[in-house]
Design a binder for this molecule. Structure first.
Ligand code: GTP
Length: 235
């Protein structure tokens, strides 16, 4: 079986790397995620990763703090995660390049779109760090922006929950699960899957988003093979 997609963006939240500790980086958790990513990489799929930073710092953690400063702190947190992922993937024999939207030359290469595409063509995973480099933009928006820039066919939005629901299934046992949604539905219903900036950017650039749970060990592979898991958001 051939993978359905040739080039994808995987969006990982920072929290996904924290495991049950809920904070920081849990090595076995990161290893298990990277193993899944390697499986897909080995099929020849070109993979770029956008990682969040919420396991160290969230923009909203800085209550009472200047919002831009809090967001810049969050961008630094994404760099810690990017380096952590790079290390584990390279340990598994997968070549990785980290590119950061905010220059920190001693630590990683700067984000250069054409170079990122070249890395993918040369069979390297590219991890995009520092979000878009701007406060007030989320890492979901980064995933949408980078997907548009590098012509990724889909955003694989790996979550701690298995799909999009009309309300929180942990609170409401009757919460309805969606298998398919349009961008407009997400915006109109105010579903908390992605922020509106990210959703609009995907809508304007016709980039589908697959929301699925990371807790199932084969889900990244299943997503790339085109299996119907989670919720697909498209036109
Ligand atoms: P090709 O030129 O396509 O072969 O790519 P390459 O990434 O292997 O070559 P390059 O010489 O650009 O990079 C070699 C190594 O240095 C890679 O691990 C890069 O991630 C790293 N590197 C490249 N530019 C920078 C930079 O500005 N800062 C840091 N810290 N590392 C960099």
């Amino acid at each position: 079986m051939e993978p359905k997609y040739k080039r994808v963006i995987i969006k990982l939240s920072g929290e996904a790397l924290a495991g049950s500790a809920g904070h920081g980086i849990d090595t076995p958790t990161v290893e298990s995620i990277c193993k899944q990513i390697k499986e897909v990489f080995d099929l020849g799929v070109e993979i770029a990763i956008v990682v969040g930073g919420g396991n160290f710092w969230r923009g909203r953690s800085g209550e009472g703090m200047d919002k831009s400063t809090a967001d810049y702190m969050g961008m630094l947190a994404t760099c810690i995660n990017a380096l952590g992922l790079q290390d584990v993937l390279e340990e598994m024999g997968v070549p990785v390049r980290v590119q950061t939207a905010i220059e920190m030359k001693q630590i990683a290469e700067p984000y250069i779109r054409r170079k990122a595409i070249r890395h993918l063509e040369k069979r390297r995973i590219v991890i995009f760090a520092s979000g878009t480099g701007n406060p007030f933009f989320t890492t979901d928006t980064t995933a949408a922006l980078r997907a548009a820039e590098i012509d990724a066919e889909i955003i694989l939005l790996a979550k701690s929950i298995d799909a999009v629901y009309d309300s929180d299934p942990l609170v409401n046992p009757d919460a309805k699960k969606y298998t398919e949604l349009s961008y407009i539905d997400v915006l109109n219903k105010g579903l908390k899957v992605m922020d509106s900036t990210a959703t609009s950017l995907c809508m304007d650039n016709h980039i589908p988003i697959l929301v699925f749970g990371l807790n199932e060990p084969k889900n990244i592979l299943r997503a790339v093979m085109g299996e119907k898991i989670g919720t697909i958001i498209q036109e």
